[in-house]
Design a binder for this molecule. Structure first.
Ligand SMILES: Nc1ncnc2c1ncn2[C@@H]1O[C@H](COP(=O)(O)OP(=O)(O)OP(=O)(O)O)[C@@H](O)[C@H]1O
Ligand SMILES: [Zn+2]
Length: 735
């Protein structure tokens, strides 16, 4: 595959300069994630001319990745995504240097200094937690972040530059939908309710960590308490009758439900769900079946108030569903799976194993069509066999398993368990394929979406490298009827002033965490250097407070921490990579301090025993009043980051959106191109603007209104979502 530098006349003039081509070649790029987006991104980066790339991914390649993660082939299954992606890209572009890290980006070695080693960070992640982490490190390291995401036909690329645009966390993000536990336990009425019940409640109860279940029990208790409180309040208000009239909606539940919340998959007798010493695996599975689908359902049917407005569930009986000969087939399938696993050396009662024979109850029963919905007997058979297989073949996992959508046996168990429960409640059953999608929150990935998004990421990265900050855009990809895509391009917004993450100052503290005590941190750094009156410190499990309103025993407990070295404080200590949140209620001010452990601090560099980096207020001479407002100072510094300003000088944008260099600079950079580009540069220079802080607004105001209107009309109704000043582009998939 050719990996030429962009030289086609179709590229904006600024991208055809040697200067930028050189920058592309030498820029250090960090790609976080080597999945659907990451694979496309790596390919597009090297084809654009990028040569120095590091890629991080914690995962290994699954068969299900192969349909869209085109760097990977069948023989790569089981190998590291990062390492394989790097090798494959290196294979078709030997000039590139791709460094792979098979690791979690949240490891402490990927600290602020690591991030500072890059010119630009590009995210191709799939979870909020990791995205937020990268956002914070990019802010701390003052490195530009191009963030992305796809879900089916939807996708977006957003650009985050400290002090100039919103950070990733300026806007709150939608959290996954949750369901009240009492609805899941007592009154499900949708397939998703029984799937979540099977996955979060029953799977965890039978195979998961005990804490996972007790967390849910606590949640149930909180819900119960809230409902009881609400009911008491309603009664006190004399409105109990009215509330009873339409209370207990599908997502809500009632006091009566709360009273029985522990009845199904109960919290009070967790030991019932443990397999007894020497209890045969299939007998154990049948005992669970009997409890969950017969006894618990009968018990719930007895709570008459629950069924005044909805039909009661119908208990299932195993003996009716699986007569002896069918139970015999399950027994035979288990036997065959155990023998198959033993022959393949995969595991057994004592040793855990997860080879082919231990991985599918459905296949062991001959149920090979994932799109077919199983009938009741098949659900019951899969339910029993899956439980027995966990105990016979994957015993090590019992008690610590967590649901994994790529684990066939786990998905089969959840499908069968939820379908059986659905049949009790008259809810439609699901095929294995559909249940897997619902349980794994899977929106099937579309390769072309990843490709478009990766192209857009690189486009924004090029603008950053070219210093075209006024041209940066956030781009949103929508599905549009008639197999077309709608691309909505929107100007970036400035940082949200109240943002918890970027609205505050963020500092890096280089300090010896093994020899510095909490007491000297407080006196030297926090009180003296940062002029904090009443500090409140938090980091992971560590908490320290001063100020009014503390109990005597709290004061004593906090005082006992003062002589401890930072690394030995509770909750794992303050160590390299820890983020210490410092707040001062009295000053309405807070700051995040990133701790960087440093042993060899020289006295001339760190006379106070530490180095504090960031927009730190000046230390006033003794007795002088501390009037400096650290956040104002930081805001001022952030307004015009020196590196960005320098890079932007002399760059502007033509009316058709072409990016060009200033005449003089272009002449210098690319004399032979001068004639060719003269028209563009002349046009550009006439409307060249000072690329100051309001550059974004200027760019918006100068967009071509007619073209924009035409595009917007064509794009109706989804285009309505776009702001007035957004660009709307339609891509026709058929073209
Ligand atoms: N904390 C993290 N550190 C490093 N890599 C991460 C981290 N969190 C997620 N990733 C990686 O980000 C990538 C996201 O890619 P993608 O959304 O295509 O996920 P996938 O797991 O490959 O696909 P699917 O979820 O559809 O099966 C994954 O390869 C995942 O391993
Ligand atoms: Zn922010």
């Amino acid at each position: 595959m050719a990996a030429e530098l962009p030289s086609s006349p179709g590229w904006p003039a600024v991208l055809r300069t040697r200067e930028l081509q050189e920058k592309i070649k030498t820029a250090k790029v960090l790609c976080v994630g080597a999945g659907g987006i990451g694979c496309e991104l790596l390919k597009t980066l090297v084809c654009t001319g990028f040569r120095d790339i590091e890629v991080i991914d914690l995962d290994t390649i699954e068969t299900s990745n192969l349909n869209r993660q085109f760097l990977f082939r069948k023989h790569h299954v089981g190998h590291s995504k990062a390492t394989t992606a790097a090798q494959v890209v290196q294979g078709f572009c030997p000039a590139a240097r791709i460094t792979a890290h098979h690791a979690n980006i949240k490891e402490s070695r990927f600290d602020v200094d690591f991030f500072r080693g890059f010119d630009i960070v590009l995210n191709g992640l799939d979870n909020l937690e990791a995205r937020r982490h990268v956002n914070r490190l990019c802010l701390a390291a003052e490195r530009p972040l191009v963030e992305s995401g796809t879900a089916g036909y939807l996708g977006q690329v957003t650009v985050h530059l400290k002090g100039r645009t919103e950070c990733f966390e300026c806007q709150s993000k939608p959290t996954p939908k949750t369901y009240p536990i009492c609805t899941l336990r007592n009154t499900p009425d949708k397939p998703i309710h029984t799937i979540v019940w099977a996955k979060d409640l029953l799977f965890n109860r039978l195979f998961g960590r005990p804490e996972a279940v007790s967390d849910l029990d606590e949640q149930a208790q909180r819900e119960d308490g809230q409902q009881q409180q609400q009911e008491q309040q309603q009664q006190a208000d004399g409105s109990a009758a009215a509330a009873g009239g339409d209370g207990g909606g599908a997502e809500g539940g009632s006091g009566a439900e709360a009273a029985t919340a522990a009845a199904a998959v109960g919290s009070e007798d967790a030991s019932f769900f443990l397999r007894g010493e020497g209890e045969p695996a299939l007998e154990y599975a049948a005992r669970i079946f009997q409890r969950v689908y017969t006894t618990d359902i009968e018990r719930l049917c007895g709570v008459k108030e629950l069924w005044e407005k909805r039909p009661p569930p119908r208990p299932l009986r195993l003996s009716e569903l699986l007569p002896e000969h069918q139970l015999g087939a399950v027994r035979a399938a288990l036997q065959a799976a155990v023998e198959g696993a033993a022959a393949a050396g995969e595991g057994g009662e004592a040793a855990g194993g997860r080879g082919a024979a231990a991985s599918s109850a459905a296949k062991a029963l001959g149920l090979n069509n994932a799109s077919q919905t199983w009938i009741a007997e098949q659900n019951a058979s899969v339910f029993l066999l899956a439980i027995a297989m966990y105990h016979k073949l994957r015993k090590d996992e019992v008690g610590s398993a967590s649901f994994d959508k790529d684990d066939d046996l786990a998905v089969e168990f959840v499908t069968a368990a939820s379908n059986l429960r659905s049949s009790c409640y008259g809810i439609p059953e699901q095929s294995l394929f559909d249940a897997k999608g619902m349980a794994g929150n899977i929106i099937h990935a579309i390769a072309t979406t990843n490709a478009i998004i990766s192209g857009l990421i690189v486009t924004e990265a090029l603008k950053i490298l070219a210093g075209q900050l006024g041209a940066l855009r956030n781009t949103f990809l929508y599905e549009f009827p008639a197999s077309r895509r709608l691309v909505v391009v929107s100007c970036t917004d400035p940082p949200r002033p109240g943002c918890m993450v970027c609205g505050k100052v963020q500092l890096t503290l280089r300090i010896n965490t093994e020899t510095t005590t909490l007491s000297s941190l407080l006196s030297g750094v926090i009180k003296k250097r940062l002029a904090v009156n009443t500090p409140n410190l938090m980091s992971g499990g560590f908490l320290y407070e001063e100020g009014e309103g503390l109990e005597e025993d709290e004061v004593a407990a906090y005082a006992a921490l003062l002589p401890r070295p930072l690394s030995l404080l509770p909750g794992g200590g303050l160590r390299h990579g820890s983020i210490l949140t410092l707040q001062d209620q009295s000053q309405h001010w807070g700051v995040d301090i990133i701790i960087a452990h440093q042993e060899d601090l020289k006295e001339e560099d760190a006379p106070e025993g530490f180095i504090l980096e960031g927009a730190v207020p000046e230390v006033k001479s003794q007795g002088e009043q501390q009037q400096q407002q650290p956040q104002e100072e930081a805001a001022a510094a952030a307004k015009a980051p020196a590196s960005h300003k320098g890079a932007m000088a002399g760059v502007t944008e033509t009316e058709d959106g072409t990016l060009v260099l200033d005449d003089d600079e272009e002449e210098e950079a690319l004399p032979e191109k001068k004639a060719e580009d003269a028209g563009a540069t002349t046009k550009a220079s006439s409307r060249k603007r000072a690329l100051e802080e309001d550059d974004t607004e200027a760019a918006t105001a100068e967009e071509e209104p007619e073209a924009k209107r035409a595009k917007s009309e064509a794009a109706a109704p989804a285009a309505k979502q776009a702001e007035e000043d957004n660009e709307v582009i339609l891509i026709d998939d058929d073209d």
